[in-house]
Design a protein around this ligand. Structure first.
Ligand code: MLT
Length: 254
């Protein structure tokens, strides 16, 4: 992978295809490879920029506390490095939270937004406490219990469960801890919706056990012009569980 220095970290990324710039942000606790199977369906339409978020995959991170806005600022630095002023940005789950933070910080740099198995609301107090508990658990005992808890929730599909497990197992504890705290502290992006003046695409599996489909339907209600694609039977990994439908939806961002 190519690497750049930005915000005190080394950020690794892949670039594939030609066309409208589209940044693809992976979710927690995975890396850019989660997009590998869908890339061939998108690279004829888009100039794909596919980073490993700070701490994940081949990207490094810092020890201090950071926010989703810091991840978004890393992406702005990457676009600066590539000489890209404006891009569409699509994120899977936590990647969607970061895409929303990017929109909040750099609205003039966004030509379209994709939320894949994601949501716009902040954590409930209970969920937030759970994240801090998980972060403390990872710091003390490693990533094992988070991997065990999340694996069956990713997808009912056994091949993809095994993919998710392997991907989670290769990530560093520091990446888990930083991301869990950043997600816990994220703000509600609902107020942002009314200001969006570019295409918004939402892709969600109706069997998602990590982010329920209702979160996607609520965004569609608040933003009727958004293009919502519900994928029947898919869990939390629609870009792998039904890559054709997910790619077709994301092509609306071209
Ligand atoms: C993800 O897939 O990125 C996470 O499950 C999102 C979350 O925990 O809110």
């Amino acid at each position: 992978m190519e690497k750049i220095n930005v915000n005190g970290i080394q950020l690794a990324y892949e670039r594939r295809g030609k066309g409208t710039p589209l940044v693809l942000l992976h979710g927690f606790p995975l890396d850019h490879q989660v997009w590998d199977e869908i890339v061939p369906l998108l690279e004829g339409t888009f100039d794909l920029i596919i980073p490993d978020l700070r701490g994940f995959g081949e990207s490094t991170t810092v020890d201090s506390f950071y926010t989703l806005e810091d991840y978004a600022s890393d992406i702005a630095g990457l676009l600066d490095h590539l000489g890209i002023q404006k891009a569409a940005i699509a994120g899977h789950s936590m990647g969607g939270y970061i895409a929303l933070a990017f929109v909040r910080l750099f609205p003039e740099r966004v030509s379209g937004l994709g939320l894949v198995a994601s949501q716009v609301v902040a954590d409930t107090d209970e969920r937030k406490q759970g994240r801090y508990k998980s972060a403390a658990e990872v710091a003390e005992h490693g990533i094992g219990s988070v991997v065990e808890m999340m694996t069956p929730k990713f997808t009912p599909d056994e091949r993809l469960q095994s993919y998710a497990r392997q991907s989670m197992e290769r990530q560093q504890p520091a990446a888990y801890i930083g991301a869990l705290k950043a997600m816990a502290e994220r703000v509600d992006s609902t107020p942002l919706l009314s200001s969006l003046n570019f295409p918004v695409v939402i892709v969600h599996g109706d069997a998602d056990a990590l982010v329920p489909i209702d979160r996607a339907r609520e965004v569609k209600t608040a933003l009727p012009q958004a293009h919502l694609v519900e994928i029947s039977g898919a869990g939390h990994m629609p870009m792998m569980e039904d890559k054709e439908k997910t790619a077709e939806a994301l092509r609306q961002l071209a």
